[in-house]
Design a protein. Structure first.
Length: 456
């Protein structure tokens, strides 16, 4: 490790361990590494990556400034080949070329498959860009170089499990996640991967049991605490326990002491939006959430965040604010460089999705459906997971139902039911469709199926 003393190396190793296990202490450990060796190439790379992965515009700007100062005094030939590859990936990240950074890190892990930082950052980039095959294969391609007794083999299994889940290998994903947890019970990314497998197989009761049995391992003090509580709330929502959903929301997802991080606010918006689609008025909670989004004063940085901010504005009835965000992003894309990943994300998905949400808020179901329909098979290209993007997919279903597009609604629901035959939402929506069509017998059968959601 170039320009890295023994003390800095120890702090770096601690920071890497904190990162892989999603401990908030990672920031402090990374700062300690740079305090001990300010010119450490890997310490600087780690600090820059941390500034990007949280999807926080201000953190990325600060990281860009700090990294530019470091590069200005760097002898470019001095770092090792591996370090130079990291420097190239960091530069791409800070320039907004997230796809390019992912490709550079893929090249790095082919040459150095035991570089845990490259694997972790690449995995997160694959998640942020919605690239499910690479999310799986980036880790799968490196696992063969790791031994089972390596301390970081477990976290890699947890990452691999998430990639398997996002590509539809649910049973294999569950096995990999449980194997990761057998090595490290507090591996919250492994817990998170297992939770996704239960969600996608409609095993909501099993998911609640799984999380309840491991409460001490995930429910406080991690960078994924809020997100895993969000998953718990999704299970409760599918079981029809709205009171439990709101209890979790108020206690763990969004409250007066919430830090206002984008990734936490989008979880809050996605949960309330599902209630909104069901006609459940949460105006007071929406108002507080919209205040939190507005207080951030975000510019164009990550379209996935923008869509959830618009959910909050629409839910709070602040359509003017939602329109203002759309206008700002439309102006931004006209001047953004083509290499900036968020430009395509915003143009292709973010703007039409935001406009659809605004149309939905105006009860213009026809326009909402027309805007969302072309997106449904490429929605993944603006990031997130299947579970997260389902809020937008459900909006299309609801818009089609409310617009009276029975043929479209029937097709969408048939697709959903074939994939997730035990999902109560799917059958509830099917019952409403059949009621609209006047088929009482089928409506009753669909309504009975809407009570599903537990393991056979």
């Amino acid at each position: 490790m170039s320009d890295t003393g023994a003390e800095a190396a120890a702090h770096y190793e601690q920071a890497l361990d904190d990162l892989l296990f999603f401990r908030p202490e990672v920031v402090r450990s990374a700062q300690a590494a740079l305090a001990a060796s300010p010119r450490s190439v890997m310490g600087q790379a780690l600090g820059a990556y941390l500034g990007v992965l949280g999807t926080e515009e201000k953190d990325a700007a600060a990281a860009r400034e700090a990294f530019a100062r470091f590069r200005s005094g760097l002898d470019e030939d001095a770092p090792t080949r591996r370090e130079r590859m990291h420097l190239a990936a960091v530069t791409a990240c800070l320039d907004g070329d997230i796809h390019g950074a992912g490709r550079l890190l893929e090249d790095l892990t082919v040459a150095y498959p035991r570089d845990a930082l490259a694997l972790f950052v690449g995995h997160q980039i694959d998640f942020l860009t919605g690239n499910a095959p690479r999310l799986r294969d980036r880790i799968g391609g490196a696992l063969g170089a790791w031994s089972d007794d390596d301390r970081h083999h477990g976290p890699l299994l947890g990452m691999y499990a998430f990639g398997l889940e996002e590509t539809g290998h649910y049973e294999r994903a569950e096995d990999a996640a449980l194997a990761a947890l057998a090595q490290h019970p507090r591996d919250v990314w492994g817990i998170h991967a297992a939770v996704h497998t239960y969600e996608m197989r409609d095993r909501f009761t099993d998911g609640i049991r799984f999380l309840d049995a491991r409460t001490d391992d995930w429910a406080a003090g991690t960078l994924l605490t809020v997100h895993n509580w969000w998953h718990y709330a999704l299970y409760a929502l599918e079981r029809g326990d709205t009171a439990r959903v709101l209890e979790i929301y108020d206690r763990a997802i969004h409250h007066d002491a919430s830090p206002g991080a984008a990734m936490q606010l989008l979880d809050a918006a996605a949960l309330l939006w599902r209630l909104h689609l069901a006609g459940n008025d949460q105006s007071a909670r929406w108002a507080r959430l919209a205040d939190a989004w507005e207080g951030r004063q975000d510019g164009a940085h990550y379209a996935f965040n923008d869509v959830h901010a618009v959910m909050a504005y629409v839910g709070a009835g602040r359509l003017t604010q939602a329109e203002r965000l759309v206008g700002d992003r439309q102006q931004w894309v006209s001047g953004a460089a083509p290499s900036v990943t968020n430009r395509a994300m915003t143009t292709d998905i973010g703007l039409p999705a935001c406009r659809a949400l605004i149309a939905y808020g105006r009860r213009d179901w026809e326009r909402a459906a027309d805007l969302l329909l072309p997106l449904r098979h490429r929605l993944h290209t603006f990031g997130g997971s299947h579970a997260q993007r389902d809020a937008v997919q459900r909006t299309l279903v609801e818009a089609a139902l409310r617009a009276g597009h029975a043929d479209l609604a029937r097709t969408l629901l048939s697709e959903r039911i074939q994939l997730r035959p035990l999902c109560p939402y799917n059958w509830s929506a099917q019952a409403r469709l059949e009621e609209h069509l006047g088929n009482d017998t089928q409506a009753a059968a669909a309504q009975e199926r809407a009570g599903a959601g537990t393991s056979p």
